[in-house]
Design a protein. Structure first.
Length: 173
């Protein structure tokens, strides 16, 4: 555990990442990681006008909780897009009903804290573009774009044939 003087501070953050260019336009502090958490994530985002936390996405293994600390970010969910006030708390459950995207249309900066469970492996989706991500850790995994998608059963059968030493399924000539 860090010494008390090293505790992360949401009001005096030490930023882990700064990205001034669109579409991000902001800064990030991985507060839970800095505090020594292993099973919880908590990330502070400071978004300039026009910035976004992430693309519209769905988590299948993890829940998230958004807390607006300052500003009026916009939240897109399956129900539509709305502006949030400071102090707003919104939960994103696992699955399609928890899909979300946080942006800052401006004009002032916005600060949000996103807290999440950290269950891995995790499958997340970007419904707008059809990408599926298989994540083995917070910062590692694979993204599968829609155009590369193969039906699940087809891939399983191909893997079974590969295990037999054959390159192609029987009868595929």
């Amino acid at each position: 555990m860090p010494a008390p003087s090293d505790d992360p501070n949401l009001y005096q953050p030490h930023w882990d990442l700064e990205r001034p260019d669109p579409p991000f336009r902001g800064r990030v502090m991985r507060a839970a990681h800095r505090a020594g958490a292993q099973e919880l994530g908590a990330t502070l985002y400071e978004l300039e006008a026009g910035g976004a936390v992430s693309p519209y996405h769905v988590h299948h293994a993890n829940e998230e909780l958004l807390i607006v600390l300052d500003g009026n970010p916009a939240l897109r969910t399956p129900e539509g897009t709305r502006r949030l006030d400071p102090g707003a708390v919104v939960a994103f459950r696992r699955g399609e009903n928890g899909a979300h995207r946080v942006t800052n249309p401006g004009p002032a900066p916005a600060r949000v804290l996103i807290v999440s469970t950290m269950h891995f492996p995790e499958v997340a989706e970007h419904p707008d573009i059809g990408t599926v991500m298989a994540m083995t850790h917070q910062t590692s995994g694979w993204a599968f774009p829609a155009e590369a998608a193969v039906p699940f059963l087809e891939r399983v059968v191909a893997a079974m044939h590969a295990g037999d030493g054959r390159e192609e399924p029987a009868g595929a000539e």
